[in-house]
Design a protein around this ligand. Structure first.
Ligand code: PEP
Ligand code: CO
Length: 430
């Protein structure tokens, strides 16, 4: 069977909504199919080139943003705060490290969520699970929970505005780059003479990414490019496959195998080394640098049980895929009735990732985070320490708990330290 943007439909598809009105769905799909692309092929290729630099050990991938974007909380201010936070973190990661940081936000398309159960029951009532604003509404009533294809159009409109905002903030940040760098140096406790950024300041730009979960939406935004003679997902620069939808014969892997974008693959504790190598063959048969990002997500304790074998396998196979770590999704716990994560566990998994990569002779190439520039109380710990009693104060997430600004900057300082130890001559090692 040859690949087409629709060939995923021949495969078993997990985590997909069941739309009651197929006529309405077809109408929405055809409107999206004639919409302008959200991501340009030239920019996607640029990102691919930067990820290839990272797999060669010369760059580092910083990926982060909300667990799920929402329609209700959208606004220029929200986009600005996360943009600024990512830029500040990137400046910290590149200070004194000599490595370019490639910044990719979970934004402008990160609306669909995988769920552990297809339905939710409250008392006597069972309704479809909330699958993210692009599918249905979070309120527990039959109307809200009915999958509505019109929501894909709203997600697309919001993504378009988000991208316009990112462009505007990027232009403004270019003028402020000196100040951003000074602030990053101050946060790291480095003197102003210590920064080693190149003379040519790269344009501060943030690429977009999301989980390729809702395949109706992805298919409708897939475009053929004459110049490269290949298919591209134009819903975002980079897409990833979630840990629950990476079945080798499943619909999501089928879709991702045929588009040329950089693809992330979440690698959780249930993934064996054999399965990983088969997925790499399927998603990256040409072993093209910049194509595949393997995103480990095991939990601070389990990382040491799983990651060494997976890294050994990719190194022995000579894969050019970039290794990154998502230290969020394996570290979720419940405290005081809230889903939360301890910053200490998050930093511990990231640190183990760097150590294991060193011992396996693999480049520790990136970090994938859930964070927000807003002042939330969703994760515990940090330099302005949040404790369990703080959680109800500003627990705003629709989905998973995010690092707030302070916690994200604390984590970036740790990551910068880990990177610095690896790039400085041994005599200067901290
Ligand atoms: C996510 O990144 O929001 C997510 C659901 O992750 P995973 O697929 O790794 O569980
Ligand atoms: Co999440």
């Amino acid at each position: 069977m040859s690949w087409t943007p629709a060939s995923w439909r021949e495969r078993p598809a997990r985590q997909m909504p069941s739309y009651p009105d197929l006529g309405a769905l077809a109408q929405v799909e055809s409107r999206l199919a004639s919409a302008a692309p959200l991501a340009r092929v030239a920019d996607i290729r640029r990102l691919s080139g930067l990820i290839a630099e990272a797999s060669a050990g010369r760059a580092f991938l910083l990926q982060g943003g909300d667990c799920a974007e929402s329609f209700a909380e959208f606004g220029a201010n929200k986009v600005r705060t996360v943009f600024n936070l990512l830029l500040e973190m990137a400046a910290m990661l590149s200070a004194d490290g000599g490595r370019e940081v490639v910044t990719v936000a979970r934004i402008a398309g990160q609306f669909a969520k995988p769920r552990s159960a297809a339905t939710e029951t409250v008392g006597e009532i069972t309704l479809p699970a909330y699958r993210g604003d692009i599918v249905n509404g979070a309120a527990f009533d039959p109307l809200s929970r009915t999958p509505d294809p019109e929501r894909m159009l709203q997600a697309h409109r919001q993504s378009k505005v988000t991208i316009e905002l990112l462009h505007a903030f990027s232009a403004a940040a270019y003028a402020d780059l000196g100040a951003i760098r000074l602030s990053a140096q101050a946060r790291l406790g480095l003197g102003s003479e210590r920064g080693r950024w190149g003379e040519e300041a790269p344009q501060p730009r943030v690429f977009t990414s999301h989980e390729a979960l809702l395949l109706h939406y992805e298919q409708a935004l897939t475009r053929w490019d004459e110049e490269s003679e290949s298919w591209w997902a134009t819903s975002g620069h980079m897409l990833w496959l979630g840990d629950r939808t990476r079945q080798i014969d499943g619909a999501h892997v089928e879709y991702a195998s045929g588009v040329s974008n950089p693809i992330g693959l979440k690698c959780g504790p249930s993934l064996s080394a054999d399965e990983l190598l088969r997925l790499i063959d399927r998603l990256d048969p040409d072993n093209r640098p910049g194509r595949l990002v393997l995103i480990g997500r095991f939990g601070a304790k389990a990382a040491a049980d799983h990651l060494p074998a997976l890294m050994r396998a990719t190194r022995q196979a000579g894969s050019q895929a970039l290794w990154a770590i998502d230290p969020m999704h394996g570290n979720t716990v419940t405290a005081g009735g809230f889903k939360t994560r301890f910053l200490g566990d998050i930093v511990a998994e990231m640190t183990r990732f760097f150590d294991i990569a060193d011992s396996q002779g693999v480049h520790a190439g990136g970090v994938h985070l859930e964070l927000t520039g807003d002042d939330v109380t969703e994760c515990l710990g940090g330099s302005l320490p949040l404790c369990e009693a703080d959680l109800p104060r500003r627990y705003l997430t629709h989905c998973d708990p995010r690092l707030n600004e302070t916690q994200a900057l604390d984590l970036a300082a740790e990551a910068a330290r880990l990177m610095r130890r690896r790039t400085r001559p041994a005599s200067h090692a901290a």
